[in-house]
Write a protein that binds this ligand. Structure first.
Ligand SMILES: [Zn+2]
Length: 161
């Protein structure tokens, strides 16, 4: 009584040896890109506001920026008036007084600097308004309070100069 059926052959189908392919390492979810591409970001504006964590407060700074800046702006306006008056006085002397020219040049230089200061103060007052005062306009790092106290209209941190 011999069985002619080849033993085991029915159980050994070539297809049955691979029950399920194991997942090939990464689940589909992990393959998805979660980080947005940064290379194609907007190129319109210079400094990003991503580093800004909120308006600097008077408690944080040790002074109330708007009132300090408004006072400084008023003082700068007075300086501008004085320098302009000085130039008016010097102008007629230019032809007759050899010292007048040097004074005129140095006074003009001071006037130009004061005009720049006035613009810087105006810009700083605007930054108080939009909540970006006290942050570097270049790298958005918070500017140390001591630096701001010394020069309230400064717009950059020490590193960005
Ligand atoms: Zn900076």
């Amino acid at each position: 009584m011999h069985s002619t059926a080849p033993a085991g052959e029915s159980a050994r189908s070539p297809w049955s040896t691979e029950p399920e392919l194991p997942p090939d390492g990464t689940p589909a979810a992990a393959a998805r890109t979660t980080a947005a591409p940064t290379a194609t970001g907007p190129t319109t504006a210079g400094p990003t506001t991503a580093g800004l964590t909120g308006s600097r407060t008077a408690a944080d700074l040790g002074f109330e920026p708007r009132s300090v800046l408004v006072d400084l702006r008023a003082a700068t306006a007075r300086t501008l008036d004085e320098l302009a008056a000085d130039l008016d006085e010097l102008r007629p002397l230019l032809a007759v007084d050899s010292n007048a020219e040097a004074q005129y040049v140095s006074t003009t230089r001071r006037l130009v600097a004061a005009e720049q200061t006035a613009r810087d103060i105006d810009a700083a007052i605007e930054r108080v308004g939009d909540g970006t005062y006290g942050y570097c306009t270049t790298c958005t790092a918070p500017i140390p309070a001591a630096r701001l106290e010394l020069r309230p209209h400064t717009s950059r941190c020490v590193s960005c100069g």
